[in-house]
Ligand binder design. Structure first.
Ligand code: J2J
Length: 510
């Protein structure tokens, strides 16, 4: 594995291979096979563009050659920051075939986040959209120390040729952690583990060549990319329809036009879809499965989803770090977040001392398995805390297991805010606001919100003159941080409540 990553111990790797989970295939090779099996069928649809499996495969080859001609080498990290477009898929496969490693940035990221990702990953190249939704990504990237920068419009193609096949047990790409520490961390995903995840998720969802998957959420989100998402659909010969935005205005006509059968949403968007479905004239009857995950939902709302959209609801609990749990039927989807997709997923619920709690009781979910990371990239000190001695990842989620082994998420111990579909680290927002001259102390927590699930509330101890919310937002904006991290509320306070250990008591603030 790439230097700076934590490989699975040899005994685990051997077992995962013996049991057939890891098959020694690269992502690029799996697309090649799909192109052989499904060549003329449609792989990707975006607006009025339609791209067949054969064309996608060839496009990836031409781009791989072009990137190599421009000097991109195996193992080099490349920041990919793109909206939902077919190029995203072709570019990633091109980099996979070269053995270069895409780092999936969010389209919302700005200079501060991209610079951090560049420093942490050592990325030498950046691929961005040029100007998109009024923001000039090219200008932003120019201010960061990349050797190579590419825009969507650029002509990168070269003459297709073969490259040495990357090692399937090596890193294919990096996902970003939702973030609990001040700065996001990188999650190495190997070919072996991601091919396994996407195949398994697809088989749980019974995806076939007849399925039409709507990529509603951002494609770089693990949910839309591989749970089973875009990749799981492509492995099975289905059609991937790429939506520009998750709004019903964009998506409902696409569902009708393309006969969409499966899609994935976060709860806040599901709420909008359920409301609009009541009066829409679009025909949504082809939809058979709606996956919803990423944040908790109220039980009354859960019950309304299937009937409102005329399809089966599947609850999904997932994380870019690995573990996925899916509900399997109508009934479990109403009361649980499902069971792991792999028989090799190991789940434990532990108390503060790390011991298992009795079945049915609430504790921290810790997990390991054939597609769950063993360490974040290049943060050895953090890894000592984030993993147990025997390699279980501490999720920071509070959960219980039912007698049937179903997972129920009950809350969180990590300092993370889930605002709509976005994950925000309290520590990251605090580290920015603490720099404001009028702020003597700051603690950031998520407060309940009917629509977004949570909103970002900054508790501020002011110096002489108290800052306003608008000032704090403007201040963070000026630091070139993604908009979704800006506080929604400010509350002035004289002193923070403390825990018995003398830390800020966030629970009390909430
Ligand atoms: C409560 N909290 C949840 C759920 C995730 C599929 C689906 C989601 C993600 C994702 C993903 C939740 N109920 N159903 O990558 O492939 C919270 C937990 C978790 C964190 C991970 C996928 N589903 N969560 O949300 O890496 O706190 O992945 O640890 O963005 O989201 O966030 P992320």
């Amino acid at each position: 594995m790439l230097d700076g990553c934590t490989p699975w111990p040899a005994e685990f790797a051997e077992r995962y291979r013996e049991q057939g989970y890891w098959r020694g295939e690269t992502l690029g090779a799996v697309l090649r096979t799909a192109a052989k099996d499904f060549g003329p069928r449609t792989a990707l649809v975006h607006g009025d563009r339609r791209i067949s499996y054969a064309a996608l495969d060839e496009w990836a080859d031409r781009l791989a050659a072009g990137f190599a001609d421009h000097g991109i080498r195996p193992d080099e990290r490349v920041i990919v920051q793109l909206p939902n477009v077919p190029e995203f898929v072709a570019i990633c496969f091109a980099l996979f075939r070269l053995g270069a490693k895409p780092v999936f940035a969010l389209a919302a990221h700005r200079h501060t986040e991209i610079r951090h990702l560049q420093e942490l990953s050592g990325a030498t190249a950046y691929i961005g959209p040029g100007t998109h939704r009024g923001f000039d990504y090219r200008e932003m990237a120019k201010q960061i120390d990349f050797r190579l920068r590419f825009d969507l419009g650029a002509d990168i193609a070269g003459i297709p040729r073969d490259f040495p096949e990357p090692d399937p047990s090596d890193v294919a790409f990096f996902l970003l952690s939702g973030g609990t520490t001040a700065l996001p961390k990188l999650i190495p995903r190997t070919h072996d583990d991601y091919v396994y995840q996407t195949r398994t998720a697809a088989s749980v969802c019974e995806l076939s060549a007849d399925d039409v998957y709507l990529a509603t959420l951002p494609i770089e989100f693990n949910f839309a990319w591989g749970s089973p998402g875009v990749l799981g659909t492509l492995w099975n010969g289905g059609k991937v329809v790429i939506a520009d935005s998750p709004s019903p205005d964009d998506c409902f006509p696409l569902i009708e036009r393309e006969g969409v059968t499966v899609t994935a949403l976060v709860p806040s968007l599901t709420q909008i879809w359920v409301e609009v479905a009541e009066w829409t004239e679009a025909d949504l009857s082809t939809l058979r499965l709606l996956q919803v995950g990423g944040a908790r939902m109220r039980p009354e709302f859960v019950r309304s989803i299937g009937p409102a959209l005329g399809c089966r609801l599947q609850q999904v609990f997932g994380m870019a770090e690995g573990l996925l749990t899916f509900t399997r039927g109508e009934e479990d989807a109403l009361r649980t977040q499902g069971t792991p997709i792999s028989p090799a997923d190991e789940l434990r619920i532990t108390d503060e001392t790390g011991n298992d709690v009795p079945t049915g009781e609430i504790g921290e979910l810790v997990t390991r398995g054939p597609y769950t990371l063993r360490g974040y990239y290049r943060v050895p000190e953090h890894n000592k805390k984030a993993f147990t001695a025997d390699g279980f990842y501490r999720t920071g989620d509070l959960a219980r297991l039912t007698g049937n082994g179903e997972l129920v998420i009950e809350g969180r111990i990590k300092d993370m805010i889930i605002r709509g579909g976005d994950k925000i680290s309290s520590g990251e927002v605090e580290s920015h606001l603490a720099e404001h001259p009028a702020v003597a102390g700051v603690a950031v927590v998520g407060v309940p919100d009917e629509f977004l699930g949570e909103r970002i509330c900054a508790y501020v101890i002011p110096r002489e003159t108290a800052p306003s919310l608008a000032e704090l937002r403007e201040f963070m904006h000026g630091r070139d941080v993604a908009e979704y991290k800006l506080p929604d509320l400010i509350k002035l306070i004289d002193a923070f409540p403390l825990t018995p250990l003398g830390k800020v008591d966030r629970k009390a603030l909430r």
